[in-house]
Design a protein around this ligand. Sequence first.
Ligand SMILES: Nc1ncnc2c1ncn2[C@@H]1O[C@H](COP(=O)(O)OP(=O)(O)OP(=O)(O)O)[C@@H](O)[C@H]1O
Ligand SMILES: [Mg+2]
Length: 353
Amino acid sequence: MVSVRLVNLTKRFGKVLAVDHLNLEIGHGEFVALLGPSGCGKTTTLLMIAGIYRPTEGHIYFDDRIVDDLEPKDRNVGMVFQSYALYPHMKVFDNIAFPLKLKKVPKEEIREKVRRVARLLHIEDLLDRKPGQLSGGQQQRVALARALVKEPDLFLMDEPLSNLDAKLRVEMRGELKRLQKDLGITTVYVTHDQLEAMTMADRIAVLNHGRLQQYGPPEELYRHPVNMFVAGFIGTTPTNFIEGSLVVGDPPRFEFDGVSIPLPGLELGDAPSRVVLGIRPEDVVIGEGELEGEVYIIEPLGRELIVTISMSGVHIKAITGVDSGLEMRRRVRFSIPPERVYLFDAATGRSIL
Ligand SMILES: Nc1ncnc2c1ncn2[C@@H]1O[C@H](COP(=O)(O)OP(=O)(O)OP(=O)(O)O)[C@@H](O)[C@H]1O
Ligand SMILES: [Mg+2]
C-alpha cells in the first residue's frame, strides 16, 4: 500500500492541455474518485500515475519516492479498464494467472494465489471457463481478479463498471467498495458518474478542462461546492440556478424579475451585486411559503416526484412526496430555505459564501 502525491502534474498533447497543473494527495488505503465530464483529463491522469504516459510537467510521488522515471511494470499498480480485455482463448484461471506467469512466480504459488483471489471475488467455480462463457459481471470480476492477484500497492480503475447493466452496476458498486475496504489497497477510481463517485469514494477530486475544481469528502462537495460547476455536477437531480441581484439590507435579499427572496442569517461581506442563486431540488420546500408558481411538469420517481415549477420565466425543480396532490398547470406555493442556498459570483461562478 502506498500514498500518492501529484505535484503540478501536467499533460499536453500538442495544443491540447489535457491535465493542467494538478495537485492531489491520496492517503494510504484511501479510495479516491476522479470525477468529471468526458474529456476533462481523467484517463490521462490515471495513465500518468500508471507510468504509461509521461507527464509534460510536474511529478508523481509514491510515498516519498519520485516515480517519474519508473517503468509501469516497476510501479506495482493493478489496473482495470472499461473494456476489461480478457484473453478470449485462455481459461479464466490462466487469465488471472497471466501477470504472475510473466513474473515467473512458481507454479504452486500461482495456483494458490489465483484460488485465493477467485474466492474473494466469488468466481472460484468459473476458473475452467473461457471469457466468452461468462456474463458481463463475471467478466468484470475476472478482470478485477487479474489486477488484484499481483497484490498491487495501488489499484487504478477507469470506468470499470460502465459496460454493465444498471442493476449489476449498483451491485458491483457496493461489492467493489467492500473489497477495497477489506483489502485496504489505495485506489484511484475514474468515473464520469457522480453517483458512483458519491457512493464509493472517501474523497472525490472533481475535474473540468484538466483542472481540479474541488477535492474533498462526498458530503463536503454536496453541501459546500466551491463553484457552480461542482454544484451542478454533484447531485442526482441537478441544482437549480437563478441569476439575479443581491440587495444589501436586513435581511439581505435575492431579487430577479420582480421576485424577492429574503436570505436572513447570511453573512455577506463585499459580495458582488450580480449573483447566481443555487438551490438543490431536494431542498426546495413545496406546499407553503412566500413563493408561488405554476406546476409545469410532474415526473414520478416511485416514492418521490420531481416537480418543475414555472415562476417569472424560470423553471425550478423540486423533489417532493408522491402524495403532495400536485397537478399540472395548478398554482403551487413553495419556499427556498435560506440556509440551503448557494450563492455564486455571476461573473466567475465562484461561491461567495
Ligand atoms: N493520445 C492523445 N492524443 C491527443 N489528445 C488526447 C490523447 N489522449 C487524450 N487526449 C485529449 O486530452 C483530453 C483529455 O482526455 P482524457 O482521455 O483524459 O479524458 P477523460 O476525462 O478520460 O474523458 P472520458 O470520460 O471521455 O473517458 C481530451 O481533450 C482528449 O481529446
Ligand atoms: Mg477516460
